[in-house]
Design a binder for this molecule. Structure first.
Ligand code: SF4
Ligand code: SF4
Length: 748
């Protein structure tokens, strides 16, 4: 029941009780009044009658019948009036209605008269409610008898009833008016309260923007003002809490380390993005689940539940990518445990690289220094007087000094690049490439390598950090010249696209082995080469490029990470290349001889080159690869090849060859290049990418006998690495056997 209804009923009940009480009081008062008035009138009449009755009573010859007639005559003067004369003992002497000799001495009015007072009493007499008033009759101060008058009291009650009816009618009207007034008053008084209740409901529902006014100065107004203050404070507190929560969440989610909060029953309460990324899980799979029910590695689950607080444990995971994690547990008060996973893969890789670097540097320093020392000693001793020998040793010493200088210069360059600030400037890209090209002409001439330019005719003005870009180009061109054999070619080229330009360095060099492509960008990587002439310097060139590119992005607040994606599809959809009918990705100026890499970055590119995948134009009038394919897996009617027939898939993986791969189709130790070799779009790049390596009979025997890889001769291992098939060693025996069988059957 609502407050105003309760208040209304309470007021009505009070009013009703008041009216009833007042009615009863008035009824009683009027009843008394009319009774007293009647008693007074009868007393007056008794006083008037008393002398005559006394005279008659005290006469010398009293006669009962005379008495009777006398009082009847007097009583007949007024309808309903009864007159009785009693002796002093309260016995009726004569009466207009009572029998003579009746004893009244016990009646209240008679008892009062005996005390010389006027007595009265209301009681039913002769079946009718009447009033009896009695008074003493005295003669010369001596009571000689009593006079009693009776009169019907009906008139009293009828008058009281009249008054009562009036009171009831008045009270009924008063009740109606009162009820109406109370209704309005209660409604008005409770209206602000109802508004407050509505507002409180809104607030409890979370809407703290609800506004209300405190119009009155009474308690309700004070309550409203107090509520308003409370809401304002609550809003401020909630805003502060929300900001605090936002700050915490931003901090939690953006922590580089993976974080997972679990409660005391090991239920996952919170995980951050790094944690999800490290383990390749979604938040739906984690939040709310017990940590044992998640896809996290069992070692991590064990640490999350039982790991000792503060203790650091290093774990290795293989999925979704190989990582080394340092895991520790931090207690959270009343909440549970915070599992912190720090990705130390890069650090461990760098430590390994740096160990390799120190070994390498020691070796690189030791050899020329030893050579220098020996040469100096020879010049000082045995060749002291041999000019020819001195010239020869001095030339060797000069080469050693050059090697040492190159080594030191590379280290200095790497350090300088790391220290260069981000200074953007406006400059002509074509002129810059001319200058860079000119800078390398003496070196290219010395190496007998042609260095050429493929630039636009018009100058293109760009805004960038010129020093950094030149540094990138120096390293790329230096690498290109270093790994390009005599009579080779290095091209510095540029293509113009809407809102950006692409600069490329293309060479006819020896390429990079597959195993080392993933490690490009790491410092101090030295790639083993079959030809010592192409030995890498200190392995800093690509690292410098990656450092510069990543620094440019990170200085602007962007991140930059390698991505594992379906590379050909990404290259085609990103507009970098086009599909050939053989499903390879062809890039302008490179054919299908590419090594694709993808990077994630949150940098917002000015143009969106994302497009539908499409076929090279030249494929429209060509079907050479379809005819060349030995397993007929390049169809005429669709873009996708029948990969389940492709020889490459089968001879790069373990297992028997299916019937769909006939013996005649085998053509390579690993993979199948027929559709690439035949393609006109690859023609000019084919020779550039050729490696010719010959295996000895012992090495072939090693392969055919399936000698464990760790036991094969160093020379064979090096050849496999150079051919980029070291990882495919387990399949070589099967493939070589099939090739030899094919050769044998063809010879027969
Ligand atoms: S061989 Fe012809 S059809 Fe096949 S990918 Fe090359 S251009 Fe296209
Ligand atoms: S790799 Fe060989 S088998 Fe596979 S599509 Fe090309 S030619 Fe055919």
């Amino acid at each position: 029941m609502s407050l105003w209804v309760r208040l209304f009923l309470t007021f009505i009940a009070c009013l009703l009780l008041t009216l009833i009480f007042l009615g009863m009081f008035l009824g009683f008062t009027f009843n008394q009044y009319y009774k007293e008035e009647l008693i007074e009138r009868l007393t007056l009449e008794a006083r008037v009658l008393e002398p005559r009755v006394k005279q008659f009573y005290t006469s010398s010859s009293p006669d009962f019948n005379g008495y009777k007639n006398f009082v009847r005559e007097l009583a007949s003067m007024q309808v309903g009036l009864g007159i009785t004369v009693l002796n002093t003992d309260g016995v009726v002497e004569f009466s207009s209605w009572e029998s003579r000799g009746a004893i009244w001495s016990h009646l209240p009015e008679i008892l009062a008269v005996q005390k010389r007072e006027i007595g009265y009493d209301f009681r039913p007499i002769l079946g009718e409610m009447s009033v009896s008033v009695s008074m003493p009759m005295s003669s010369e101060s001596i009571v000689i008898g009593m006079l009693s008058l009776k009169y019907p009291a009906a008139s009293v009650y009828s008058r009281v009833w009249q008054v009562a009816r009036f009171i009831i009618a008045t009270f009924f009207i008063a009740l109606l008016i009162g009820a109406f007034s109370i209704y309005n008053s209660v409604k008005i008084q409770t209206e602000p309260l109802n508004s407050l209740i509505e507002v409180a409901g809104e607030i409890s529902g979370g809407n703290l923007d609800t506004t209300f006014e405190a119009k009155t100065q009474d308690e309700v107004g004070q309550l409203a003002r107090a509520l308003q203050v409370m809401v304002t404070r609550l809003k401020t507190a909630l805003n502060e809490a929300s900001r605090e929560k936002g700050r915490f969440e931003a901090m939690f989610q953006n922590m580089v380390d993976g974080l997972m909060l679990t409660d005391s029953s090991s239920k996952v309460l919170l995980v951050n993005l790094s944690m999800l990324t490290i383990f390749g899980v979604s938040s739906d799979e984690m939040i709310g689940n017990n940590v044992t029910e998640t896809k996290l590695p069992s070692t991590l689950v064990d640490i999350a539940i039982h790991g000792e607080v503060g203790l650091e444990t290093e774990i290795h995971i293989g999925r979704p990518s190989q990582k080394v994690l340092r895991v520790r547990i931090a207690p959270i008060e009343q909440e549970g445990r915070l599992t912190i996973c720090e990705d130390v893969t890069r650090m461990r890789g760098l430590e390994a690289s740096e160990r390799e670097f120190i070994q390498y540097i020691s070796h690189e320093l030791k050899t020329p220094l030893a050579s220098l020392g020996a040469s100096v000693e020879t010049v000082q001793t045995t060749a002291k007087s041999d000019k020819k020998a001195q010239i020869k040793f001095l030339a060797g010493m000069s080469e050693d000094v050059e090697r040492l200088t190159n080594l030191v210069n590379s280290l200095l360059t790497y350090q300088r690049v790391r220290d260069i600030g981000e200074q953007m400037e406006r400059f002509g890209a074509v002129q810059m490439l001319f200058d860079v090209h000119d800078r390398f002409i003496p070196y290219a001439t010395k190496k007998k390598v042609m260095i050429e330019l493929d630039l636009t005719e018009d100058e293109i003005v760009i805004i960038a950090n010129k020093d950094r870009i030149i540094q990138v180009l120096y390293n790329l061109i230096d690498n290109a010249l270093r790994f390009t054999p005599e009579n080779g070619r290095v091209t510095i080229g540029m293509t113009v696209e809407p809102k950006r330009i692409k600069i490329y360095i293309q060479d006819t060099g020896i390429g990079i082995p597959k195993d080392y492509l993933n490690r490009l960008g790491e410092r101090f990587i030295k790639i083993p080469r079959k030809d010592e002439r192409f030995a890498t310097n200190v392995g800093l060139g690509i690292a410098i490029c990656k450092e510069i590119l990543s620094t440019i992005l990170s200085k602007q607040g962007y991140s930059f990470e390698r991505a594992i994606l379906p590379m050909k599809l990404v290259a085609v959809r990103s507009g970098l290349g086009k599909y050939g009918k053989n499903n390879l990705c062809y890039v302008d100026g490179m054919g299908s001889y590419t090594r694709l890499e993808a990077f994630y970055t949150d940098y917002e590119f000015p143009i969106d080159t994302w497009c539908e995948k499409g076929l090279m134009k030249s494929c429209n009038s060509c079907s050479l690869c379809q005819h060349a394919c030995p397993t007929q897996c390049i169809p005429q009617d669709r873009l996708l090849i029948h990969a389940d027939h492709c020889l490459t898939y089968f001879n790069e993986n373990e297992g028997d060859f299916p019937p769909s791969i006939p013996v005649q189709s085998h053509n390579a130790l690993i993979g199948c290049m027929l559709c690439q070799i035949i393609c006109p779009q690859n023609k000019k790049y084919f020779e550039i990418n050729q490696d010719t390596i010959t295996f000895t009979e012992e090495e072939i025997a090693c392969i055919l006998q399936k000698t464990p890889r760790e036991n094969i001769p160093q020379a064979l291992a090096k050849k496999l690495v150079d051919l980029d098939i070291y990882e495919d060693y387990p399949e070589l025996q099967r493939n070589l056997t099939v090739l030899m069988n094919k050769e044998h059957s063809e010879m027969i």
